[in-house]
Write a protein that binds this ligand. Structure first.
Ligand code: SAM
Ligand code: FES
Length: 351
């Protein structure tokens, strides 16, 4: 226990730790975890107070040309009814979100060729014109640099692209040969270069993942220095090649949220839907472990169940206003407060 306290203090003071130290914190357990969560909460409160930022998630297409082995909306899942939202429907989701106090919209979807650059930029331009005081976040996967530039020029300002795993051999076990870690990383650096606020992250407990892989994830984030870091447990989906694998560990995900908060005090870290799916109070516990963002769903109720990345995904039956209200209560019960501003990552002036 004393050793753990020393490790936590070193990480808190210096924002860095040896590989062995990080692995010991990942193993955690019992009182060590309580001390780790508490240190992360102290750091988060020093920078962000009790504020929790909300982002309105619009899952606008479940078509995808990719076949990631873990993902329920992968191309090869033929049992899934596919849908896409029109520009008008997306705008309606934004309008409803705006009236509920959202000032960030996250457009997420599979890699769907229907939304050519022209079509997608048209949608971004319409959102930008209608909601000039809002952030537009995109999460639509790997694209050519020119496409990212076009989205940025059309008015988008943030981009979420999890690297998924920073270990090449592990990446190849999670994805078909047509995909590569090299390209995923290249995309992340392009996005930064273009001027997006960038979010990356990884799944915890994905099949074949080792503690060394997680270590490489943390080190890669140290190189990339994203504004946002999204992590969540891997959750199985029966219609994927990983149907027989166990879910990732809830406890390990919480420990990693805290480790990330201590390594990257200024990061925006969501308490993800996957965390709320694996345990009913998962998001509240994620907030107490250092997370400071929640992403309620603004998608139309009729399509929600169809964006099934994994089994038993929560929040698929509620209207947007219900989701917003439910999360507000959950955030308050955890001891924090939802704020409706645009919520960019704070940056330090000097160190
Ligand atoms: N197509 C975009 C992309 O590739 O970034 C965005 C959509 S993708 C479904 C969003 C994220 O869902 C992925 O980055 C992945 O980490 C997560 N995800 C997919 N399947 C999952 C699963 N079975 N369990 C947990 N998270 C999963
Ligand atoms: Fe494309 Fe999951 S395989 S979004």
């Amino acid at each position: 226990m004393t050793d753990h306290i020393e490790l936590i203090n070193t990480l808190k003071e210096t924002r860095s730790l040896s590989d062995e130290g990080l692995k010991a914190l990942m193993r955690g357990g019992g009182e060590c975890d309580a001390a780790l969560f508490s240190a992360a909460d102290t750091v988060r409160r020093a920078i962000y107070g009790d504020k929790v930022y909300i982002r309105g998630l619009i899952e606008f297409t479940n078509y995808c040309k990719n076949n990631c082995y873990y993902c329920g909306i992968r191309r090869a899942n033929q049992s899934l009814q596919r849908y896409r939202l029109s520009a008008d429907e997306i705008l309606e989701c934004c309008a409803e979100g705006y009236s509920l106090g959202f000032r960030t919209f996250v457009l997420q979807g599979g890699e769907d060729p229907y939304y050519t650059d022209k079509v997608f930029c048209g949608i971004i331009e319409r959102i930008r014109a209608a909601f000039p005081d809002c952030a537009i976040t995109l999460s639509v996967g790997e694209k050519p640099k020119e496409s990212y530039q076009a989205y940025f020029d059309a008015g988008a300002n943030r981009y979420l692209l999890r690297h998924e795993t920073a270990t090449d051999a592990h990446y190849r076990r999670l994805h078909p040969e047509s995909m590569s870690l090299e390209n995923r990383k290249r995309c992340l650096y392009w996005l930064k270069e273009i001027g997006f606020e960038v979010g990356s992250g990884f799944m915890v407990g994905s099949p074949y993942q080792t503690p060394d892989d997680l270590l490489r994830d943390l080190r890669f984030l140290g190189e990339l220095r994203p504004d946002m870091i999204g992590i969540g447990p891997f959750l199985t989906h029966p219609e994927t090649p990983f149907a027989g694998f166990e879910n990732g560990s809830f406890e390990l995900t919480l420990r990693l949220i805290s480790i990330l908060r201590l390594m990257f005090p200024y990061a925006l870290i969501p308490a993800t839907t996957a965390l709320g799916t694996i345990r009913p109070d998962g998001r509240e516990m994620g907030l107490r472990a250092g997370a400071n963002v929640v992403m309620p769903n603004l998608s139309p109720v009729r399509t929600r169940k169809l964006y099934e990345l994994y089994e038993n995904k929560i929040c698929t039956g509620e209207e947007s206003a219900q989701c917003r209200g439910c999360l507000e209560r959950r955030v308050e019960s955890a001891g924090y407060r939802i704020v409706t501003d645009i919520g960019s990552a704070k940056r330090e002036t000097k160190r």
